[in-house]
Design a protein around this ligand. Sequence first.
Ligand code: MG
Length: 339
Amino acid sequence: MFFSRSIFSFKKPSYLLLAVLFFLNALVIQNTYAQTVVTENGRLQVKGNTIVNKNDKPVSFAGNSLFWSIAHNASNFYNAETITHLAKNWKTSIIRASMGVKEQWDSGKGYIESPDFQKQRIKTIVDAAIANGIYVIIDWHSHDAENYQKEAITFFTDMAQTYGSNANIIYEIYNEPIHQTWREVKAYALPVIAAIRAKDPDNLIVVGTPQWSQDVNIAARNPIEDANLAYTLHFYAGSHGQILRNKAQIALDNNKALFVTEWGAVNADGNGTINKGETKKWLKFLKKNHISHVNWAVNDKDETSSIINVGKGKAGLLNNDLTASGEFIKEIILKWSAK
Ligand code: MG
């Protein structure tokens, strides 16, 4: 009796200590899980020719681009479930919402004719990205944005006002100029950038470059003055190799930061077979230079760049009903580390 009581009185403080340690440990574990990509890295900032996180460390992120928001089946993928699935199961750390502006085939659903409809579609994706703690690119997905500068100013002013205080947000103000000169692109871009900066002084802005966002070398030689701006580089490994990487290298050598808001492992027209060898060279280049990259596209259209099998919709994504591109890209994104 005496013996057991003495044991008890001796052990009592130890049990208490253990309980406290257990509680503290649980708190640490909880905080570890609460950390998201964006809380860990904060607002992205251009520093020289790299993009750095809140601790001034060069970082690059890997993720997916949604297909045109004006596509007939866009509602399958412009929803929170798609974003949550990619963030949780693919470890996608950046998503791109590709807002169709005005295309001949848009049936009046583009931003120019249906601004509220499109804005809501994009906000659904932005809100889902924020909820999942990942980055989101708000993409003015146009090949002739200079024709819609006034509308771009209205749209981006609204986005900057609504979301400018969120570290998650990246503005992409011109997807792909084609025949336009850099001078023309710049004339479009400057007032749009000024409108964003009036509401949001500091989030990253990405600007498209001539020739389907390939002539980053030309843009780099006549840059836009802004403290947090990168230039868009697009590549498709089935069509583009060392010649395009040389252009990218010129931009980097001119101390300009690049952002791959769109790329594919197949041909530039969205078809053809996967070029694994050239993709590997591209990924090595991106890793070396800390360049973020976003794959085209989250879609189930009958083309080889689609990540989901034809006609399978959102359920196809959720059930891993993936194309060869889908399987290949998923592996790349899952294995990518930001640092
Ligand atoms: Mg801001």
